[in-house]
Design a protein around this ligand. Structure first.
Ligand SMILES: Cc1cc2nc3c(=O)[nH]c(=O)nc-3n(C[C@H](O)[C@H](O)[C@H](O)COP(=O)(O)O)c2cc1C
Length: 366
């Protein structure tokens, strides 16, 4: 089993780095415009980019989204991501740690991130699907989850919701019932804050409120329009000659709530929101903050930056910070947190999504 996971994780990095895995309709940032301030009275280098997230001060409203661990190449990538987080004072996550529970010799591939980022806000990671029994595989217990937290000396735990991916993945976990109850049980008495994160299909206000009631401390909307795991798994299914996965992955490659709409909707639920899914610049980030996000998350561009050079992620974050700083100046904001109070112009597909979700907030599944 751990050999299978190891191979899958390596394929994810390869395919997400270079394959056609971003759907055509996008995360929706083009439908969100910010209003220019002709007389800003604040220079770009005076802008305060820092934000509070779960009781910690970040120097930048950025989470380097959890991607990997669990195979030999992951240690180097996690170290590069960790160095960027340490240098820029942003948060950073590891990928799903399930592989290290099955094979403890893989722990260093995750711990490499903490070693490179001793001062960063670091987020451990496990799938909600692992919190319930899957066939004859039992649910993870609290002691195992706490071991994952200790493995990387984490400041928070992310539980990821990836039911679209599991549905397309040839060997995916198909059971879903009981996850809500398992999240509530885990949240109760967890030693670190709990972030519940989607991974590319988005979340709406109804689910966000439900997760708040279950004990989540923050949400990552993981909206549609960035890396699509339906498309990643479709590519894997193609390699395996799995016609079912190819068909489902093609059909659902563009499925989900666009990130911009998911942020606007979930921000109404009262928890801090991380906007992940297709954030590709400081301008996208500014739009996400204007829609109510506390911070943004970025995965694929940082993977590609790390694949091109060891210092790639740090350079990417340098550019990101400059872009965000410049947009803040151009909107007359002294602080990143001021953006939430600034007007924004909504149109097109995202405007319609936001209007529809606001008019009839969806209840979540019982
Ligand atoms: C190669 C790769 C592996 C990922 N693995 C995980 C994971 O193990 N756990 C998780 O919560 N999210 C995982 N993600 C999802 C990201 O955290 C993020 O939600 C998603 O990629 C959307 O962001 P993006 O459009 O900036 O790539 C992974 C993403 C990539 C690209």
């Amino acid at each position: 089993m751990s050999g299978e996971i190891r191979k899958r994780k390596a394929e994810h990095l390869e395919l997400a780095g270079s394959g056609p895995v971003e759907p055509p309709s996008g995360p929706g940032w083009d439908d969100v415009e910010l209003v220019h301030e002709a007389l800003p009275e604040v220079a770009a280098d005076e802008v305060e980019l820092g934000v509070e997230l779960l009781g910690r001060r970040l120097q930048l409203p950025l989470v380097i989204a959890g991607m990997t661990g669990g195979h030999p190449g992951a240690a180097e990538l996690n170290a590069a991501l960790g160095r960027a987080a340490e240098r820029h004072g942003c948060a950073v996550g590891v990928g799903s740690q399930r592989a290290a529970l099955l094979d403890p010799s893989l722990e260093p591939t995750y711990a490499a991130l903490r070693e490179a980022a001793p001062g960063a806000f670091l987020i451990a990671n496990i799938g909600a699907a692992q919190l319930i029994p899957q066939g004859d595989r039992p649910a993870l217990g609290r002691a195992e989850v706490e071991r994952l937290i200790a493995m990387v000396d984490a400041d928070a735990l992310a539980v990821h919701l990836n039911f679209l991916e599991e549905a397309v993945q040839p060997e995916g976990d198909r059971a879903v019932r009981g996850c809500a109850e398992a999240i509530a049980a885990l949240a109760d008495g967890l030693p670190v804050p709990l972030i519940v994160k989607e991974t590319g299909a988005g979340m709406h206000e109804g689910t966000a409120r439900r997760l708040a009631g279950l004990g989540a401390d923050a949400l990552d909307v993981g909206g549609a329009g960035g890396t699509s795991f339906a498309l990643v798994e479709r590519l894997r299914a193609e390699r395996q000659g799995d016609a079912r996965g190819v068909r489902l992955g093609s059909l659902l490659g563009d499925w989900g709530i666009p990130t911009a709409a998911a942020v606007a909707s979930c921000s109404r639920a009262g928890l801090p929101v991380i906007a992940t899914g297709g954030v590709r610049s400081g301008l996208d980030a500014a739009k996400a903050l204007a829609l109510g996000a506390t911070a943004v998350g970025v995965a694929r561009p940082l993977l590609q930056a790390a694949q091109s050079e060891a210092d790639g992620p740090s350079r990417w974050v340098d550019d990101f910070a400059l872009e965000l700083r410049t947009v803040l100046m151009l909107t007359g904001c002294r602080r990143a947190t001021d953006l939430a109070e600034r007007p924004r112009v909504l149109g097109g597909r995202v405007g319609r999504w936001i209007e529809a979700l606001e008019r009839a907030p969806l209840g979540a599944a019982p």
